[in-house]
Design a protein around this ligand. Structure first.
Ligand code: ADP
Length: 475
C-alpha cells in the first residue's frame, strides 16, 4: 500500500479546492474574452493598415499612370523595393521595372491575371488590390492593378510595394499577445490572492468545527462579517446553541431521572433493612411491604413515563392512526378516573361533549387526557372541589379542556410547567401517596399533543383554579 505524502496530498487538495477552481474558471473566461478582444482589435487594425496602404498605393498609381506612357515605366517614381508591370491584354508583360526578375514578373502577371482581366475591358477600370508573398523573399507585397490604355491598346498596370514595411502587424500581434499574457498573469495572481482571502473564513469555520467536540459545545465562531460566510457562521453558531442546549437538557434529564429514582430506591433499601434487622410483628412487615410496593409503583410509573418520553424523543411517528372523537376519549378517561376522584372527594364531571373528530393514536391520546384529568384530581385540593372536562369543535381546530376550581398555579411556575421533572411543590406532590407524579406528566401531555400537530395551553391564577386546553387543527 502506498501512502500519499503530505505535500502531495496538499497539492491534490489544492487542485480540488474552490480557490483553484474559481481561479481556473475565472482565468479561462478572461482568456476567452481577451482572445475575442484581441481578435477584434487585430482585425480592425489590420483593416486600417491595409486600407491605409491601399490609399497610398492608389495615390502613387495615379501618379504612375499620369507619367505613362512616356517611357512605359515611371522609374523615377518607384521606390527601391517597388515593382511596376504593364500587362498587355494577352497577359504578356509589356514592361517591367523594379526589383522583380523577369521570371518573377511573369509569376506576378500570372497571379494577377484573375484580378486584372476585368480591367482590360474598361478604359480606366477600378483598382484591384491584393497582398501576396513575393516568391523569393518572405516579404509581403501589396499590389494594385488598374486598367489603362497604352497606345490605344487596353492594358493593365500593376504596382507592387512592400506591405507593412514597418512591421506594424507583427508589433500589433506582439503587443496584444504580451498584453493578454500579462493580464492573465495578473488575473491569476490576483485571483488566487482574492480567493484565498475570501476562503479564509471557511478555513476558520472548518478549524473551529474540527475543534468542537461533543463534550465541549461552548465554542463559537463569532465571525463578525456581514457577508454570506458571516451568515453561514451565524447559522453555525445558532446550530451550536441549539445543540448545546439539547445536550444540556439531555444531561439534566438523565441527572433528574437518576435523582428521581434514587429516593424510592433508598426508601426500599431502608424498609427492607429495617424489616430484616430483627424480629418484627406481622403488622411491621405488612407496613414495610406496603411502603416497598408503593415505592415500587412509583418507580414503575416513572420508568413507564421515561420510556414514553424516550420513544417520542426518538422521533417516533404515530403508527396506529385511527379516526377518533375527542369527546369519546374524554368519556373514557373520566370513567377510568372516577374511582380516584371519589377517593379524593373530587367531583369529576363532563360538560358538553359534541363531536370533535381527530386522527391519531388512541392509546397516546387517552394517556394525554388521563394525565390532565389526573392532575386535576391530584392538585385540585381535596374534598369539595371539582374537575370538569369539555370538548368542542371550532372551524379551525378541535379542543379539549380540563378545568378545576383548585388552588391554581402562580404565574412564575406557568412557563416551566411543561418542563421535564418540574414540580411546583415537590414536598406536596410526593406526600403520602408515593405513587403520584414525578413531574413528567405534563411534558408527556405536551409531547403527545405536538406529535399530533396540536398544542397545550394553560391558564391559571392562584385561588382561581386551573384550565388546561389542548387544541388540534381540524383536518
Ligand atoms: P406530576 O407528574 O408530578 O403530576 P406534571 O408534569 O403533571 O407532574 O405537573 C407538574 C406540576 O404542575 C405539578 O407538580 C403540579 O404542581 C402542577 N400542576 C399540574 N396540574 C395542576 C392543576 N390542575 N392544578 C394545580 N397544579 C397543577
Amino acid at each position: 500500500m502506498t501512502q500519499t505524502s503530505p505535500p502531495r496530498r496538499d497539492r491534490i487538495a489544492f487542485f480540488y479546492s474552490i480557490r483553484f477552481r474559481l481561479v481556473l474558471w475565472f482565468t479561462a473566461i478572461l482568456a476567452l474574452v481577451l482572445a475575442a478582444f484581441s481578435a477584434f482589435v487585430y482585425y480592425n487594425q489590420s483593416q486600417a493598415i491595409r486600407g491605409d496602404a491601399l490609399f497610398q498605393m492608389e495615390r502613387r498609381m495615379d501618379l504612375v499612370i499620369g507619367s505613362l506612357p512616356a517611357s512605359k515605366g515611371p522609374s523615377d517614381l518607384l521606390g527601391d523595393d517597388d515593382i511596376f508591370l504593364l500587362l498587355g491584354s494577352d497577359g504578356g508583360v509589356l514592361a517591367s521595372q523594379g526589383t522583380a526578375s523577369e521570371q518573377e514578373a511573369l509569376d506576378i502577371a500570372r497571379s494577377a491575371e484573375p484580378n486584372t482581366t476585368d480591367h482590360f475591358s474598361s478604359r480606366e477600370g477600378p483598382v484591384t488590390s491584393w497582398v501576396a508573398e513575393r516568391g523569393s523573399s518572405e516579404t509581403h507585397y501589396i499590389f494594385v492593378a488598374r486598367g489603362v490604355v497604352i497606345d490605344g491598346q487596353p492594358a493593365a498596370a500593376i504596382l507592387g510595394s512592400p506591405f507593412d514595411p514597418y512591421g506594424l502587424y507583427e508589433s500589433l500581434l506582439l503587443t496584444l499577445l504580451a498584453g493578454s499574457l500579462l493580464t492573465l498573469a495578473v488575473a491569476i495572481g490576483g485571483g488566487l490572492w482574492l480567493a484565498d482571502r475570501a476562503m479564509r473564513p471557511v478555513q476558520a469555520i472548518t478549524q473551529a468545527a474540527r475543534e468542537i467536540s461533543e463534550t465541549d459545545l461552548s465554542r463559537r465562531l463569532n465571525l463578525k462579517s456581514r457577508d454570506e460566510l458571516g451568515e453561514l457562521a451565524r447559522t453555525f453558531d445558532a446550530m451550536l446553541d441549539r445543540l448545546e442546549a439539547a445536550f444540556a437538557r439531555q444531561r439534566q434529564f438523565v441527572a433528574d431521572a437518576s435523582h428521581e429514582l434514587r429516593t424510592p430506591l433508598t426508601i426500599v433499601n431502608l424498609e427492607a433493612d429495617r424489616a430484616l434487622a430483627g424480629r418484627r410483628t406481622p403488622q411491621d412487615y405488612q407496613q414495610a411491604l406496603g411502603t416497598i410496593r408503593s415505592e415500587n409503583q412509583y418507580m414503575t410509573n416513572l420508568v413507564t413515563d421515561l420510556l414514553v418520553l424516550a420513544r417520542m424523543d426518538s422521533g417516533q411517528k404515530i403508527t396506529r392512526k385511527e379516526s377518533l372523537d375527542l369527546g369519546e376519549l374524554a368519556v373514557d378517561a373520566v370513567e377510568r378516573l372516577l374511582g380516584l376522584a371519589e377517593r379524593n372527594g373530587i367531583e369529576l364531571e363532563t360538560g358538553a361533549l359534541p363531536e370533535a373528530p381527530l386522527e391519531g393514536d388512541r392509546q397516546m391520546l387517552l394517556q394525554m387526557v388521563s394525565n390532565l384529568v389526573e392532575n386535576g384530581i391530584k392538585y385540585a385540593g381535596g374534598a369539595g372541589r371539582s374537575v370538569r372536562v369539555e370538548t368542542g369543535a371550532d372551524p379551525d381546530f378541535v379542543w379539549l379542556t380540563v378545568a378545576d376550581n383548585g388552588p391554581g398555579i402562580a404565574s412564575e411556575h406557568l412557563q416551566h410547567l411543561f418542563d421535564r421533572f418540574y414540580q411546583v411543590d415537590k414536598a406536596r406532590t410526593r406526600g403520602e401517596d408515593a405513587a403520584s407524579g414525578s413531574g413528567l406528566g405534563l411534558s408527556i401531555v405536551q409531547s403527545i399533543a405536538r406529535l399530533h400537530g396540536g398544542e397545550v395551553r394553560v391558564e391559571s391564577a392562584p385561588g382561581e383554579g386551573t384550565v388546561f386546553q389542548v387544541r388540534f387543527p381540524s383536518d
